[in-house]
Design a protein around this ligand. Structure first.
Ligand code: FAD
Ligand code: MLT
Ligand code: ZN
Length: 468
């Protein structure tokens, strides 16, 4: 391996090849703390040519690569396994915004640009890059593309795959595919761009992307709404769509348990409503500077929701600071649950009409498996996507770990029976690779394996991730 390390040092400079445990530590453990591996080296290339040289060297040495962006993934896909034989390729130094074209509505960036920096570059040009995640201050566009990330703007703008026009990718053998086309229309064969979206680093290293921009939406009307049930939340979604049309930008749900954790662990958080409720919805309408009447539309929605028994109370943001405070209640849930202790994450989606019945019945099933288990249920209900994350009965983290397999199987089996998905937006990574394959048909898994074998015949790109 000395030869490979020498080649890597030649490719990126000796100071960008990390091998000491003290230096590699932050790159080998994932955000959840569940996956902790070891790396032969962590390599930090600064350009596409350097990524190509690194991948070529690893390919020639027969050494596996783990691409990594901001390391905020929630399924262990961006960290190495425990062998100590894999090379982590971190894109963190590739942070250049290459071009912004507000008229064409495109932005071209290095894959290592942090999502919040893409949003800021779009805003500086008077445009909107709508993708929004709780991790947006750390996650990278390369990681967003590789996971086909979702987030809180999917309802209006779609998943990451709907926000990308072209890609630049270093293939597993080190060749560079320049697909950085900014065209809306291009029917000239298989859609290679979309093949790499959601491939979780198993088909190549994404080094650049052309992304779509949208008209800015500087006007907002935002409310934190108490609702009696998931059923009521889904009905309220219909009311909001009917009243607000395309202005409906956000429709997120959280149960009381989720809010309680935020209030307990997030400094400065406070409950905006006087009376507790079982469920809450964060609703936001967004529009251009010429779009008046958003506040009136929101009040009309909430008024009819209260009349119909779909909502019991609401706090409407009266200032940007109040808007941020309401958003913090939603965006702080992942972090607050992590502070609370052991967390068992489930990122499920079901047909939206079935969501309420599912959420009600699965709670009882899980309580039989682990009495007192606490569902911290929240997420993108407007997309049919619930984060059905479990916290242990108070003080019993080890019991949650011991029951984890049974709890997860019960959830996945019921989701599969309901024609849903066991991973709505986080991907499969290492955590769900086996389960992902077991809930798909043999034909579907065969097709995925055929694609993998065609692009990466030596199996060196992120082995063990996505496909078992
Ligand atoms: P990493 O974690 O570094 O990697 C993730 C995967 O992508 C790995 O398989 C890795 O190998 C691959 N990869 C990374 N970069 C590249 C590249 N350049 N080329 C090829 N493969 C690559 N996700 C959502 O979808 N919606 C949410 O609402 C959401 N909220 C979150 C909130 C919090 C607090 C946290 C911690 C995470 C959240 N996530 C969410 C998960 C995570 O932020 C996303 O999956 C994100 O897209 C990962 O980006 P990253 O740069 O951190 O990727
Ligand atoms: C979120 O939407 O906040 C995350 O995707 C959920 C999670 O951390 O499980
Ligand atoms: Zn989410």
């Amino acid at each position: 391996m000395t030869d490979l390390l020498d080649h890597l040092r030649t490719a990126v400079g000796a100071d960008q090849v990390l091998t000491d445990d003290a230096d590699t530590g932050a790159y080998v453990v994932d955000w959840t703390g569940v996956h902790a591996g070891r790396a032969l080296a962590v390599v930090r290339p600064g350009s596409t040519d350097e990524v190509a040289a690194v991948v070529t060297a690893c390919h020639e040495a027969g050494v596996a690569i783990v691409p990594q962006g901001g390391n905020t993934g929630l399924v262990g896909g961006g960290v190495p396994d425990g062998s100590g034989d894999q090379v982590v390729v971190s894109l963190g130094r590739m942070r250049r915004v290459r071009d912004v074209d507000p008229v064409a509505g495109t932005i071209t960036v290095d894959a290592g640009v942090v999502l919040a920096d893409v949003q800021a570059a779009a805003s500086d040009a008077g445009r909107l890059f709508p993708m929004s995640l709780g991790s947006e201050g750390s996650c990278t566009i390369g990681g967003n593309l590789a996971t086909n990330a979702g987030g809180t703007a999917v309802l209006r703008y779609g998943m990451t795959r709907e926000l990308v026009l072209g890609l630049e990718v270093v293939l597993p053998d080190g060749r560079v595919w320049d697909g950085l086309r900014a065209l809306r229309k291009d029917n000239t064969g298989y859609d290679l761009t979309q093949l790499f979206v959601g491939s979780e680093g198993t088909l190549g290293v994404i080094t650049g992307a052309v992304l779509r921009l949208f008209p800015a939406t500087p006007r907002h009307a935002t409310a934190w709404v108490a609702v009696p049930s998931v059923d009521a939340a889904v009905s309220l979604l219909g009311t909001a769509q009917q009243h607000a049309g395309a202005h409906l930008a956000t429709f997120e749900i959280a149960n009381r348990q989720a809010l309680d954790l935020v209030l307990a662990h997030l400094p400065g958080a406070s409950d905006p409503l006087a009376e507790p409720s079982e469920w809450y919805v964060l609703v936001e309408l967004a529009g251009a500077s010429s779009d008046g009447g958003l506040d009136d539309a929101l009040e009309a929605i909430l008024g009819s929701a209260v009349d119909e028994g779909l909502a019991t109370d609401a706090a409407i943001a009266g200032s940007p600071a109040q808007r941020s405070a309401l958003w913090a209640l939603r965006e702080g849930i992942s972090e607050a649950q992590k502070v609370e202790g052991a967390t068992l994450k489930h990122d499920v989606t079901l047909p939206i009409a079935d969501l309420a019945a599912w959420a009600t019945s699965i709670g009882a099933t899980l309580d039989r498996i682990l009495p007192g288990v606490r569902p911290v249920t929240y997420g993108h209900v407007g997309d049919g996507n619930l984060h059905y994350n479990l916290s242990a009965p108070v003080g019993l983290d080890d019991d949650l770990r011991a029951a984890a397999a049974d709890l997860t199987t019960a959830i996945y089996d019921s989701v599969a029976a309901g024609h849903g998905s066991i991973s709505a937006e986080h991907g499969l990574g290492r955590t769900k690779a086996v389960a992902g394959a077991s809930y798909k048909s043999g034909v579907e898994v065969d097709l995925m394996r055929a694609l993998k074998a065609a692009l990466d015949p030596a199996g060196l790109m992120n082995p063990g991730v996505l496909l078992p």
